[in-house]
Design a protein around this ligand. Sequence first.
Ligand code: AMP
Ligand code: GLY
Length: 230
Amino acid sequence: VGPESPLIGGIAEAFWEADLKVFGPSRAAARIEGSKVFAKELMRHAGVPTADFEAFDREAAALAYLRTLREYPTVVKADGLAGGKGVTVARSREAAEAAVRSAFAGKFGAAGERIVIEECLEGREASVFVITDGQEMLPFLPAQDYKRINDGGEGPNTGGMGAYSPLMWMDTGTYAAILEEIIRPTIHQLALIGAPYSGLLYAGVMVTDEGPKALEFNCRFGDPETQVIL
Ligand code: AMP
Ligand code: GLY
């Protein structure tokens, strides 16, 4: 199954019920991409390194929290699927407040009824894919996509304008830490809560000075990273 929406909607179950084979996670496991609040709380329980965060389902509480932050930028994320447009890296409190207000005003529909506000991470981004049956994992080489729309890394973020692999800047220790400290505990935690993950699991990570930290998980292959990996 290529895109995330049918997986999050439960297409794997529809195949199983018809006694057909399907490569992709259950609806419950696909929540790792379908809900950022779910993903962040799962990572917190599993001890996965990720940006510090708070989740909100009310605008007033989110705005009050923004007033307590001493440093900007900060990152505001819609909980649900927003076609790659649900994340705002806000350079100022005003920009963060605008992102919070537009989410609660319905810019992302139901996907924005809850939001995550998290610490802004600095470093180099990588996409790491594994195939898993819910217990073991088979990793691919890491890839990086070019997020910005214009040449020279300028302009707004996109889903990815192009990609390359392997990553000559990533040492084997960092790659091992992504597999063992981010991906393996996430797979384990999903199994523990009764939502074992089978299919392709995609970790978006930021390699920071303190080591790799998870930005997000996707329940599918990445585009355009998959082209360079395959
Ligand atoms: P996500 O959908 O969570 O991967 O966010 C989309 C993009 O926003 C990521 O690929 C990053 O470029 C950026 N981003 C997300 N979270 C953070 C963060 N905590 N710090 C810095 N950049 C982020
Ligand atoms: N290239 C980012 C993604 O597939 O989500």
